[in-house]
Design a binder for this molecule. Sequence first.
Ligand code: M6R
Length: 598
Amino acid sequence: MCGIIGYIGAKPAKQEILQSLQLLEYRGYDSAGLCCFENDKLKLIKKKGKVSTLITACENEFVTAHCGIGHTRWATHGDPSDKNAHPHLSENNNVAIVHNGIIENFESLKGNLQKNGTRFRSETDSEVIAQLLQKSKCESELKKVQELSTLLKGSYAIAILFKELSNQIFAIKKNSPLILGKANDGLYLSSDVNALIGKTSEYYIMQENDIIWIDNQDVYLFDSNLRAKDIEYQPLTLTTQDISRGTFEHYMHKEIMQVPQAIELTMTEFEPMQNPLTRIPAELIKSAEHFSIIGCGTAYNAGNTISYYARQRDIFVDCYYASEYRYEKFLSRKNEVCIFISQSGETADTIEALKKAKEHNIPTIVVTNVASSTLNKLADYILPTKAGPEIAVASTKAYSAQITALYAFIDYVYCIKNGINCRSCILKDKLKDICDKLKSYDLSIIDNIANQLKNIERVFFIGRGVDFATSQEASLKLKEISNIHSEALYAGELKHGTLALIDENTVVIVIATQKELLEKTINSVYEIKARGAKVIMLTQFEVSIDAVDILVSLPQTDQLLMAEVSIYPLQMLAYKTALYKGLDPDKPRNLAKSVTVE
Ligand code: M6R
């Protein structure tokens, strides 16, 4: 949610900031802006719309600038507009700020400032930061920045320019990510490491309440009491190849095609010799009586999918949406282990849920795709997924990698609980077989289905058991990027209400990968067809059902792992449907990739 960037160095600031904003755009894309020092003044340009609009507006501007800050916005307070876009200036234009997060007490702060005559230009919570800095009576800019942390409540990563201090940038962070990048000829601040790839060789992840002061090429790090800290940089190993679209028109397409690779690389990570599972003490697993899986959106769906696999191994797992788990009347069960899933590792609801578990001394395991993420820092144990950077807002390869890591985890738990010498190799062979089959899977039938979906009002995904979990993920994917109203249902639940919505304007997509549930699912197919809906069925079984309009044959593999297979064509279906509707699948309406606000 919102991406911020700062640059100071030998290169033109405009070029560095705009390039990085494009890489941060998946965090929000309703408006963007740039403010640089030019001739010792703060010059600002900001525009409603995508970063490309800002690039056009800046074409002949900022020619001599070597220091500045930029922002790409996902609106929380105030509609997407030029005036609500960041950077925000103080009333006297002497302070410029960009902010990612939410200032929860902005109304009272703003009220007080207004009482004293300050005039605001925007409806945002963020503008209050610039105004507070202008009004501060502290003797130095550094102290003014420090004072902010005593005034602001909520979450923030903030980069600041003071007109009086040419070519200097200040930054402060709490509960929102901010990274310092170091190159030979410049320094960067960024909401995430992806925007620094190809620019810097080293980076430092700012810790809670850190304050940074960059004075030309010198950089100073302080804690909240302004005590100096050492900056411990780490190498940045990702390459521009990892974040490029290559020959694909959209990131989402590239990322779906990378699903087999994401599964393989993640599985390799769990090879016995370097097994992150073995870092989780066997004693902890042995004594664990309850496993809770917590996540949001696709990450939650991955947890739900795996709960079916776990049950087959007599391991019982409860799944919670992170935004709800936090407010549960706490279960405080004995011997509980919590597993948090998050592609980004920065989702605010998931982070807060993990903090809540820690408050209750519950051991925490995270499944994340970003090694430098906040969740990785906070958790007791890490199960890394190796999907590589996922840029499209809709999560695809990360989901497949998440369930891969969790299959391995559940097998590990099973072995420990049953005193079996754990060897992930069998699972590895099975997943290798799945990957080979996915790589050669002909998806051409999906194109035809997508073309038919483009004019449909309602789509239901139904399934039983694990196929219901896949239905949830497929439904989320479709609604997220094609804007078609879609819902997932247990196949057996249709007749208890939703059948009322089934008519000839409806498509029902049936997932049937579990042999013992097939017959019952076929009953539902006839019930749907009798109400006039079009039925599309995905299965690996050889069936001939006249009530099915289109049959999508899935590659045959171990039934327990079919979730890894069945989602693949459905991710592609969502992608293709968005294309047929003329929508940008990488940047769906109203959404952003990394949801760093609660
Ligand atoms: O980074 P996370 O995995 O924590 O993100 C969680 C959700 O915001 C995310 O999965 C979202 O639902 C996706 N856009 C779905 O495609």
